[in-house]
Design a protein around this ligand. Sequence first.
Ligand code: MLT
Length: 409
Amino acid sequence: MLKINQNYLKLPGSYLFAETARRTKEYQAAHPEADIIRLGIGDVTQPLVPAVVEAMRGAVEEMGRRETFRGYGPDFGYDFLVNAIRETDYAARGIDIAYDEVFVSDGAKCDVGNIQELFSSDAVIAVTDPVYPVYVDSNAMAGRAGEYADGRWSRLVYLPCNAENGFVPPLPESRVDVVYLCYPNNPTGTVLTKEQLKRFVDWARENGALIIFDAAYKAFVTTPGIPLSIYEIEGAREVAIECCSYSKTAGFTGTRCAYTIVPHEVKGADENGAAVELNALWKRRMATKFNGVSYPVQRAAAATHTPEGQRQIKSVIAGYLENARVIREGLQAAGFTVFGGVDSPYVWLKVPEGMTSWDFFDRLLDECRVVGTPGSGFGPSGEGYFRLTAFNTLEKTQEALERIAAWKK
Ligand code: MLT
């Protein structure tokens, strides 16, 4: 019989959002009359904006005509999208990204999950805690996380983020090869200032470490001075790979498009200690395992970079940020301690004394018919916290908060 990858057997239970979905489905089946409001997984509810729909429709029509039909696209993205990314997301903010440093893909989740293929099997990985589970699980699947016991992996370095340290991760105290940072943060909804991010860039440069910077939520930043890209920090091109996504920026969770920046300066060592560009390795990996994002989807993504597209997606994001305000202020008025939700679609709250995160999940579902995500699902330091998303409609969000406030009384 085939010998399987044993690392899969070490993974605890199911993927976090699969587990919350399973419990919700079970509850709905047992209570068919329950009008459940979903503030759990960060999935968008607003439709694609008109500029995107128009671009996608035009591209589909091109695909239906012999003279404009296209087969396989370029492995790393069509010129029109790669250049739109370089110009509007970087050059417009004074950041120079070369054409062949942009890799268009079908999702930041895939990129942050796949990037670990470039690391040696004994690389030491640090994650902020709580953390988006994909960074942890993908390294665990590759055998880099060690053993799982009491909610922790033995070979991972956890950088706790909590109310006591203002959700600012401490620098690793032991040798680490790679650190994953996601800002604005999923799940806490908090941000890092330029100075706080610079400490990590400086540390990575001094220690020969790599930063995987997940910027999937950058479009939600409204506070002046908060970095939208790690490349705003001097020296970051030497040590950071940045993953960006259209999922939350432009409502592409079901449409699928993202991009990752791998600067030529980012290097790792081969077995003789010689420097190797990660850009070359990522090119090799993508060309081998990926056939590109479909033409209509890339046209749709490019439409978000036009002035009209920008105006339209910003208006949708403003709506989600308004929901975040409703959640934040509603929870505060009900007596909860809350964090995040200002430059982020996520609000992170402290669960009432004496309850675990999963207790709170069950009570909220049963007594308010509201679904959220238990903090402990994001890591050991998430215990005692809970995440709500601002991605539902304003009406549903307001109703959820009314239910929670009435219940809290
Ligand atoms: C989340 O809820 O954390 C995200 O939706 C998950 C994802 O983007 O994959």
